[in-house]
Structure formats: C-alpha cells, structure tokens
Design a protein around this ligand. Sequence first.
Ligand SMILES: [Mg+2]
Length: 200
Amino acid sequence: MPAEAQVQAKKVIALDVDGTIADLATQIMKIVKERYGVELTMEQMTKYHVEELVPGMTRPEFVDILRQIWGNYKEIGLVDNQIPQILKDVHADYEIHVVTAAVGTDDQIKDWLRINNITYDKFVHVARQADKQKEGADIYVDDYFEVAKQVAVLDKNVIIIKQPWSEIDEQTILSSHNRIVVAQTWIDVRELLLPKMLRK
Ligand SMILES: [Mg+2]
C-alpha cells in the first residue's frame, strides 16, 4: 500500500466569501447613503436582503450594488484582520474550498483572495446559495442562515459567523441535528476548528 494512501484525507471546509471573510457591508452602507440618502449603521444591517431595509430599493438594484462593489473589489476589506492567519493555521488540518455565490467575476474574487492572503485549495463559484450544499464539504463556514438550514439537513457541520443580518433562528438550531454552531467572532471559528491538543 503506498504511504500516501494511509494518510487520512483531510476534512474539507467550504468557506463563504461575502459577509464571512469579505466585508461587503461597509461598501453597501456607503453606496446606499449615496444613492438612496439612507444612512444605515452596521447594527441596522439586520436583513440579508438589504432591499428590505431601504424604502424604494428593488432586488435588482441591490444586486447591481453588489456588482458595483465587486467591480471595485480592491476597496473591499476583511471581516476580521486575523482571518488570513487563522486560515493559515486551520489549513494545517483541513482542506479549504472557497465556495461562493458572490456576483463578482471569478477573476475579481480570486484577485481579492490573493490580495488578502486567503489560503485555499479550491475555488468554486456557484450560481445560487442553494447550490453550495452540492459541494459536499464536511464543514460549512457562512454568514447566511439559510445555507445553514440547507446544509444541516444533509448532516453536515455548519459554523455561522454572527452578523447583524445572520437572522439566526435559535429554534431551528435547537431542532436541527445539533450541527449548527454560531461563532461570535473568527477567534471562535479558530477554536471550533483547531484540534483539541492545540487548545489550552
Ligand atoms: Mg455570505
């Protein structure tokens, strides 16, 4: 038996981009203020579908804002400046697949990942959030609670990054397969993923 066949395959993390590692919210708030004269604070970003928060904004208009933001992707910051190091640490034990439904082009998203030193093994650009479950990863890291619900029925583990718009339904967590965990911060994500022996 070849040596490499004895090595246990690493578990796969499906890592979301928008709202999980890429701070789209700051850019959304900027453009909403310019175009609609509505000033939203981060705490007021309580809907994943931002058009529900801005009078007169339609879904296509919001998607257009997201497209504009990805068009200027160099302006997009990180959700947490520690993410690149945390992913580097986590990569020792996991395979990382970036699985995103972002409206940016492959080139835009990949260049953003490069600029921000995001460690990953595979890039998967899906058409819709619902397609993420097809990736068949072991652990999903996402900011959208609908993804958690879609994936949890497949008996997968989900770590939801707590954001004002996460719309986390505690009841659903309790009645699911107990595989949904809410991380308050990326430090929590590190704690959840790294082997126990590294935790003091
Ligand atoms: Mg997201």
